[in-house]
Design a protein around this ligand. Structure first.
Ligand code: NAD
Length: 440
């Protein structure tokens, strides 16, 4: 009689042969590309979604994520290599379950782990020996050990022997889909076997995995990466405020500093920070730190500076209009770009929306144009605005044009020529020398 394989050995063999079925929980900006990459690597993928319309769209081959073209999705759906479902009980069909659900903040900027709790509960309800559960959602150090592991143990499963758990942070760069494979994957398992299995899985879709000693270390790596970015953006934003006072061009300074061949990397100022990561994740770390009577001062300082940038942008517009003899009250302002970064359709936490709201509060008549976003809901008091057409007439009729997001598709020389006055928060007009342009 053949000796029975351990659960780990059996799972490893299935991962190697790509016969392990991969379930992805949450088919958003992270989950959908991940599902597509596993399916393209030869796995059968089942995507779990709580949003029925989203699941239906995926099954029709319609992608809502800019980095996943419809054709790529359709070709996988047609051969049933990728399927979306709202039926959580089908998780029992999967050997691998990857959690890619949102980790937002509460209105009081506290971590809101409700989606992670829900996702783990739905996994635990149908969990069986031989499954690998991986958390990819960004969260504070300790979540995997405190939330995922105990719920599987409570379901009667021995983690590390019967089921396997790891944290593997997502590091994707929206708008840059070609980089998916060459971004190394950090993996921290609950046990060395968990780490090994998770690395083995990811080696099918990325060129390099980086095993670390625990899920908590992997979680801290992700927090550190995002705090690093947040703090450095705050530093250059603060320098911008100083340069403004000293009448120096911060962009010229960054460009020259960037020529240093070691020990420096450029970050760029802007109207604030946005997206689902940079303004959110630092608060996850700060909340955890407080449990240890520790106050992460850099995070608080960075938030103060970055949060002030939409106000600073607004004051630049007021001053620029003033120099043209116009009051902000009743001025027609056209904001170009509503998204938090260029060339993506994502407006989450976008500083452009904050700038629009602040300008409206000061009495300006604000319109916006964004080729990626037809309509936006503004924060406080929550009114809606529709994107206008970008024409010579729209540009000429504005008292001030604010470049809030530097989409690549904009014809910047034309914008500079047609607009009476431009406040450029992204240095998009660096090559256009014109008296009507004010930089941040
Ligand atoms: N967007 C990014 O650039 C990025 C980069 C790195 C890491 N992350 C992290 O990845 C995670 C996901 O972010 P995202 O941008 O993909 O979010 P998203 O909002 O685009 O997608 C999340 C999806 O999960 C679904 N969902 C919520 N609860 C669910 C549940 N219990 N079961 C199944 N589906 C559920 C939602 O309906 C939504 O479709 C977050 O923790 C985020 O911080 C995001």
């Amino acid at each position: 009689m053949q000796p029975r394989l351990s659960h780990a050995a059996a799972l490893s063999a299935m991962i190697e042969a790509r016969t392990a079925r991969v379930g992805i929980l949450g088919l958003g900006y992270v989950g959908l590309p991940t599902a597509v990459h596993f399916a393209q690597a030869g796995f059968r993928v089942l995507g779990f979604e709580v949003d029925q319309a989203r699941a239906l769209a995926v099954n029709r081959g319609h992608s809502h994520v800019c980095d996943v073209p419809d054709e790529a999705l359709r070709s996988l759906v047609e051969v049933r290599r990728l399927e979306a479902t709202v039926r959580a009980e089908r998780m029992a069909e999967c050997e691998v379950l990857v959690i890619c659900v949102p980790t937002p903040l509460t209105p009081a900027k506290q971590p809101d782990l409700s989606h992670v709790h829900q996702a783990v509960d739905s996994i635990a309800r149908g969990a069986r020996p031989g499954q690998l559960v991986i958390l990819e959602s960004t969260t504070y150090p300790g979540t995997t050990e405190e939330v995922v592991v105990p719920r599987l143990q409570a379901a009667g499963l021995a983690v590390g022997e019967e089921v396997f758990v790891a944290f593997a942070p997502e590091r994707l760069d929206p708008g840059n889909p070609s980089r998916f494979r060459d971004i190394p994957k950090v993996v921290g398992g609950h046990t060395p076997t968990c780490t090994r299995l998770a690395c083995q899985l990811y080696e099918h879709i990325v060129d390099r995995t980086v095993p670390v000693s625990s899920p908590t270390v992997a979680e801290m790596v992700k927090c550190y990466e995002n705090v690093f970015r947040n703090v450095n953006i705050a530093l250059v934003n603060e320098l911008t405020l100083l340069c403004d006072r000293m009448e120096l061009d911060v962009w010229e300074i960054i460009e020259a500093a960037s020529t240093k061949p070691y020990g420096f990397m450029p970050f760029y100022p802007g109207p604030g920070v946005g997206g689902h990561c940079i303004p959110v994740d630092p608060y996850y770390l700060a909340a955890k730190a407080r449990e240890y009577d520790f106050h992460v001062k850099f995070i608080e300082v960075a938030a103060q500076v970055n949060d002030s940038m939409p106000y600073y942008t607004c004051s630049k517009v007021v001053a620029a209009l003033g120099r043209h003899g116009k009051s902000i009250h009743g001025a027609r302002v056209l904001v170009l770009g509503a998204t938090y970064k260029p060339d993506v359709p994502d407006v989450r936490e976008s500083p452009a929306l904050k700038v629009i709201s602040l300008l409206r509060k000061r009495g300006a008549e604000v319109r916006y144009h964004d080729p990626y976003v037809r309509e936006v809901t503004l924060p406080n008091p929550g009114s809606r605005l529709e994107s206008v057409d970008l024409t010579d007439e729209t540009l000429r009729s504005a008292d001030c044009v604010v470049i809030a997001t530097n989409h690549r598709c904009y014809d910047y020389p034309w914008i500079a020529r047609s607009a009476r006055l431009v406040v450029d928060t992204r240095n998009a007009l660096r090559d256009v020398r014109s008296g009507n342009v004010v930089s941040l």
